[in-house]
Design a protein around this ligand. Structure first.
Ligand SMILES: Cc1cc2nc3c(=O)[nH]c(=O)nc-3n(C[C@H](O)[C@H](O)[C@H](O)COP(=O)(O)OP(=O)(O)OC[C@H]3O[C@@H](n4cnc5c(N)ncnc54)[C@H](O)[C@@H]3O)c2cc1C
Length: 387
């Protein structure tokens, strides 16, 4: 198409996965353009706040292997950015050990860790209370501490990837939403309000907005978008230390009854802690319907759980925010990752990564996208996550 700017790889969406895919493609010699609808580092989609849970453990064996494969890529990112990004404060899972959740299942995950020789310590409710300051946990609760898990530094990762993408020569344009993709057998034409681009390969890393661009091509990925609450509280005792925690409970009639929390971030001088619910209630009709204001009931549920069980933390919110969770409707599927080959004309020229609790895989997802674009295949075992 005459007049269209040409690139080897065009990335739609400049979140952490898009920036990682862009940088990994550029360092292999491809010319790369990233188009971001908002600003880089925006908090309006699937990435907001300061931290995400990093963990080695998964109930599913293949995802456990994948976290092990992601770890050296994180180490490489840390050495290139000169900043520690994974903070191993420990990952504590406790509660009803057989309850099945979107995060996994405690008993099944322990079996997978046994098979994979991932170390962990099994703990009773009384031990969890004594060691970490929880109280009044139901006596049936049990769980484990996996000491190599903890928190990933979201802002450090985003800044690092943005600098790497910029310094390596990616062209980065923000406030330029992609309006339309027209793939054909040779390449993909991409339209924005500012112009038309032509790219040999397009990577769709536009999170909760993926289906908006895919629908006109006759494809809709099966996921729901939930506007989840992020609640910041204050720790009463600054000297108390405890790991990242996630409590698995049977669902109530109203919600999935799951809560998690971080200790104060070790990379910031703060007594603030973030806690949250994982309630898969009331999916948004579309990502654009997000309000940025959490459901008041969800915030109250979090604060009540903290008041009842975590006296180290004051249950009065310092501030609240939201983040868009993109969760596959099929509980057996955690992510959408792969080429769109066979889904529409020119699908072989479109690579997609969206959905799930994906922050822990950011460097790996970026590398997979770059491999799919530049090699037509990936060296990682991610077939189960294909579209
Ligand atoms: C509450 C919550 C807690 C979470 N906790 C964890 C956790 O503990 N551990 C973990 O591993 N993961 C967790 N996740 C998931 C993780 O945060 C996300 O998987 C990850 O941050 C998503 O990054 P991304 O780059 O794929 O997408 P996003 O960050 O959503 O980025 C997509 C980008 O695409 C842009 N975009 C969209 N449409 C267009 C368009 N048409 N044109 C141009 N740009 C466009 C958007 O503006 C956005 O910047 C959590 C998510 C939520 C919501």
């Amino acid at each position: 198409m005459t007049g269209a700017e040409g690139y080897d790889v065009l990335v739609v969406g400049g979140g952490p996965v898009g920036l990682s895919a862009a940088w990994q493609s550029r360092r292999r010699g491809a010319t790369v353009l990233v188009l971001e609808q908002f600003g880089f580092g925006n908090e309006d989609c699937g990435t907001s706040g300061e931290e995400r849970h990093w963990r080695l453990q998964y109930t599913e064996k293949d995802l456990c292997s994948l976290t092990a494969e992601a770890l050296p890529l994180w180490r490489d990112l840390e050495s290139r950015t000169g900043r520690k990004l994974l903070h191993e404060v420990g990952s504590l899972w406790f509660g009803d050990v057989d309850v099945q959740t979107n995060e996994g299942q405690i008993s099944g995950t322990a079996r997978t860790m046994d098979a994979a020789s991932i170390p962990y310590e099994w703990l009773t409710a009384a031990e969890i209370e004594r060691r970490y300051g929880f109280r009044d946990l139901p006596r049936r609760f049990e769980g484990f501490l996996q000491p190599d898990g903890g928190a990933a530094d979201v802002r450090g990762t985003l800044h690092g990837l943005l600098s790497l993408a910029q310094d390596s020569g990616c062209v980065l344009r923000d406030h330029e939403p992609v309006l339309e993709l027209t793939p054909d057998e040779r390449a993909v034409t991409v339209r924005t309000a500012a112009g038309t681009y032509r790219a040999a390969k397009v990577v769709l890393t536009n999170g909760p907005y993926a289906n908006q661009l895919l629908a006109p091509l006759g494809v809709s990925l099966g996921f729901d978008v939930f506007e989840m609450a992020l609640v910041t509280l204050r720790q009463r005792d600054r000297s108390a230390t405890y790991p990242f925690w996630y409590v698995f409970q049977e669902p109530t009639d109203e919600d999935t009854n799951l809560f998690y929390g971080f200790p104060p971030n070790s990379w910031a001088a703060t007594d603030e802690v973030r806690v949250g619910p994982v309630f898969e209630n009331n999916p948004l009709p579309s990502a654009a319907d997000a309000t940025g204001t959490p459901d008041r009931r969800h915030v109250e549920r979090v604060c009540h759980w903290v008041r009842d069980h975590l006296p180290l933390v004051s249950p009065d919110p310092v501030r609240v925010a939201t983040c868009l969770a993109v969760l596959p409707s099929d509980p057996e599927r955690q992510f959408f990752l792969g080429s769109a080959e066979g889904r529409f004309t020119g699908g072989e020229n479109v690579v997609i990564s969206t959905g799930g609790w994906g922050f822990k895989f950011v460097p790996l997802l970026g590398e997979v996208c770059a491999q799919l674009c530049l090699d037509g295949a990936t060296s990682y075992r991610v077939d189960r996550l294909a579209l």
